[in-house]
Design a protein around this ligand. Structure first.
Ligand code: SF4
Ligand code: SF4
Length: 233
């Protein structure tokens, strides 16, 4: 038999929503949005199916056993995401994208909003239909093929039916205020004080005040780890 007689490799089977959700969950990730760029126009992509991945409830225990955490590599969550989302994309036959590593940055906010699963909150920060303001996007996988994805569950922003808007009143220094932008300087200055210990250990009061954030199932240790990365002391 010559090389030209070798049978062609079997075509890769079409990914399915279920297979992606199952593979993502096994890796500690949740599918938090999906879209078809041909019908929900986005920056940088024209067709196929795009899946956005965030940390799931299984993330923190899995991450703590990872070499990135145990070896204290720099930016361990980003390093973990690169390895894990990259492997998922290879296994599933897609292309991985990441919200870090720029500039230039991949347009994750544009993708998230186009999916109909994320919305702009009154302070201009993103809010998700189930994770609220406790959002941790870790990567995306783009597939050349179009396959079925479930419709976005909400027809409009959850903020439209949240008249008390507690996310706007919770920050002691009004760093997240109506209309934004995020006053990062005021936030970091507050976190440098002893009064900021509650945010450092328990997470941003404004994000936690969103009722939807309570269903995010975020491990308090993960939140504290994020805060130490956001505001090293
Ligand atoms: S607290 Fe209400 S207004 Fe604020 S982000 Fe959550 S749902 Fe929207
Ligand atoms: S972390 Fe604390 S200081 Fe910073 S925006 Fe959130 S509530 Fe305000």
């Amino acid at each position: 038999m010559t090389l030209t007689d070798q049978p062609a490799p079997a075509p890769r089977s079409l990914p399915t929503w279920c297979s992606i959700e199952t593979a993502a969950a096994a890796a500690g990730l949740e599918v938090c949005a999906a879209l078809h760029p041909a019908r929900q126009p986005v920056q940088a992509l024209a067709g196929g199916t795009l899946i956005l991945l965030g940390t799931g409830t299984a993330f923190w225990p899995l991450f703590k056993t990872s070499p990135e955490y145990q070896d204290s590599v720099p930016d361990p969550v980003d390093s973990w995401s690169g390895r894990v989302v990259g492997a998922l994309a290879r296994d599933l036959g897609g292309t991985a994208y990441f919200p870090f590593g720029g500039p230039p940055y991949t347009p994750f906010i544009n993708w998230a909003l186009a999916s109909g699963r994320f919305f702009t909150s009154p302070s201009q920060m993103l809010v998700h239909d189930t994770a609220g303001m406790m959002i941790s996007l870790r990567g995306a996988i783009h597939f050349e093929q179009e396959f079925d994805i479930p419709p976005a569950p909400l027809a409009q922003s959850p903020c439209d039916s949240c008249p008390s808007r507690p996310c706007l009143a919770a920050c002691p220094v009004s760093a997240l205020a109506d209309g934004g932008p995020y006053d990062l300087a005021a936030c970091h200055a507050y976190l440098d004080t002893s009064a900021g210990a509650g945010c450092m250990s328990g997470g941003c009061l404004a994000r936690r005040a969103c009722p939807l954030s309570r269903s995010a199932g975020r491990d308090p240790e993960q939140t504290a780890h994020h805060m130490r990365h956001f505001h090293p002391q």
